[in-house]
Design a protein around this ligand. Structure first.
Ligand code: FAD
Ligand code: 2HG
Ligand code: ZN
Length: 486
């Protein structure tokens, strides 16, 4: 199947794979023979058919919610033999349209695979089923004084398996590094139903090709992640959070540099937002507290959050950092330091709710990109100017990882398509020329599959397609997503 790289609108349908079937009576009868009544849903499927942003809509007629790896294996074996396409769905918080069907694919929900299996107290390794909600995992881990090595705003809904399948980033990547270093083992069910036991509790295992890595970040295109061994991290003893207001983006870059040299390994997170993002939260999230008394004004202010984790000498590290900032004239306009856990959470909430706040303004087009930090504000301003009539544009993100989020909310419901055409493929082509990534942490999903050629050479895409065909020759797993023409 060949189609042009630029679809007219991200919601336009791709050509349906003619080899795939829709479910029929006998298929349902088969699923009823292996699953209990509560593991099959055939009516009122709307929440499974739409993504978190209400941007992508599917038309599935069947949701299966198996509670064991064995049952997933039976389901996939049947689907593979009978050419029935399947979409794996965890917390459905993905932001690129990967977790909902494109047509009427069967939705395989992992929500019943929600048992935490065990915890190795000597090595801080948790073994868990993949459908455990991240926040629930952290609640369980707190008895061992540990936590997962990543954190995201969707923690109350996203599943560990969804996080591994997308290779989620989040705010503590600065502190811990990427998630793939902490996933020690996996259990995965392949498209033909074969159960691949890649579970492993050794930190070091150099025995040939590390197959589990290929499933991390594969967004449900190669297999269904059913269990994981995750290396956990000790909770920080002292957590300090500074929220700084400054008068230019250049100052943020300077603050970032001072943070790296003064705070060093104690730097847990560093995030930024422009005054458009700050205003979006203050105007649209009732519970958010305007700690800088901005009165919803848009100006030349920029904001940066810095979390410092220490085990001892807390005051020394924070004070030394603040003193260094103070020595540069005009670097800090205002600074708030969280005084207790409640304030700590409130300040973080301002940053974590930017994406939700933009959704209140209008349909939001989200761009999750990697680029040189020095260019982050320029590209945001450039897009703001390009979309000035139709969109409200904010810039923010994980500056410590070189990961920018641009959210553009559409101000006119009738012009969503026009707005999208103003942004895409412009932004992806810009990245292709200047270097960076069209997807820093959210993945490709449906949204960016057809732009992969801007990021990867043809021979690389061919190699990816060949790997896909080894694991899923009938292309039943998450079709139309991740790879172009599949
Ligand atoms: P889903 O959305 O259900 O699925 C995501 C993809 O993985 C889909 O393609 C799906 O088919 C596939 N998949 C799901 N489960 C499995 C499985 N068990 N086996 C194989 N494939 C599977 N992302 C970040 O990286 N960093 C952030 O800071 C961040 N913050 C967010 C904040 C908010 C408020 C929201 C709504 C989203 C945020 N995200 C962030 C995006 C999203 O939360 C992550 O991509 C998350 O990892 C998705 O997990 P999920 O359980 O919701 O998976
Ligand atoms: C974040 O960092 C998430 O807040 C979501 O990755 C970004 O909503 C977005 O665009
Ligand atoms: Zn993010």
């Amino acid at each position: 199947m060949i189609y042009s790289a630029k679809r007219f609108f991200s919601l336009a349908k791709k050509p349906r794979n003619p080899n795939h079937r829709s479910i029929q009576k006998q298929d349902l009868e088969y699923f009823q023979s292996i699953l209990s009544e509560s593991e099959i849903i055939t009516s009122d499927l709307s929440k499974y058919n739409v993504d978190w942003m209400s941007k992508y809509h599917g038309d599935s007629k069947l949701v299966l919610l198996p509670n064991s790896t064995q049952k997933i294996s039976q389901i996939l074996s049947y689907c593979n033999t009978n050419m029935l396409p399947v979409v794996p769905q965890s917390g459905n918080t993905g932001l690129v349209g990967g977790s909902v069907p494109h047509y009427d694919e069967i939705i395989l929900s992992l929500q019943r695979l929600n048992k935490i299996i065990d915890y190795d107290t000597n090595n801080d390794i948790v073994t868990t089923e993949s459908g455990v909600i991240l926040e629930n995992l952290n609640q369980y881990l707190s008895q061992f004084n540990t936590e997962a090595p990543y954190d995201l705003g969707a923690k109350g809904s996203c599943f560990v398996g969804g996080n591994i399948a997308t290779h989620a980033g989040g705010k503590y990547l600065v502190k811990h590094g990427p998630l793939r270093g902490y996933v020690l083992g996996l259990e995965v069910v392949l498209a033909n139903g074969q159960i691949m036991n890649l579970l492993n509790k050794s930190r070091k295992d150099n025995t040939g090709i590390d197959l589990k890595q290929i499933f991390i970040g594969s967004e449900g295109s190669l297999g269904i992640i059913t269990k994981a061994n995750l290396l956990c991290v000790k909770k920080a003893i002292e957590k300090n959070l500074l929220f700084i207001k400054t008068s230019s983006f250049q100052n943020i870059l300077q603050i970032h540099n001072i943070a790296k040299s003064e705070i060093g390994k104690n730097l847990a997170a560093i995030e930024w937002m422009d005054s458009y993002a700050y205003k979006a939260v203050m105007e649209n999230i009732k519970t958010a507290k305007d700690v800088f008394d901005s009165q919803n004004k848009i100006d030349q202010s920029y904001y940066v959050l810095i979390e410092i984790n220490t085990n001892f000498n807390k005051d020394l590290v924070v004070e030394q950092f603040y003193n260094s900032l103070s020595q540069v004239e005009g670097l800090v306009s205002e600074c708030v330091l969280a005084q207790n856990d409640h304030q700590f959470d409130e300040l973080w909430k301002i940053r974590e709710l930017v994406g939700s706040a933009c959704g209140h303004i209008g349909k939001v087009f989200k761009y999750d990109i990697s680029l040189n930090t020095a260019q982050m504000d320029d590209i945001t301003k450039d897009l703001r100017q390009k979309c000035i009539d139709l969109g409200f544009t904010v810039g923010y993100g994980h500056i410590g990882d070189g990961n920018l989020h641009i959210n553009i909310s559409c101000l006119d419901k009738t012009k969503e398509q026009q707005l999208e055409n103003q942004i895409e493929p412009y932004i992806f082509e810009w990245l292709s020329k200047k270097g960076g990534s069209i997807s820093a942490e959210h993945g490709l999903g449906l949204m960016k599959a057809d732009y992969l050629h801007l990021q990867k050479k043809p021979e690389v895409i061919d190699c990816m397609k060949n790997i896909k065909k080894i694991f899923d020759p009938n292309l039943i797993l998450n079709p139309y997503k991740i790879l172009p023409g599949i």
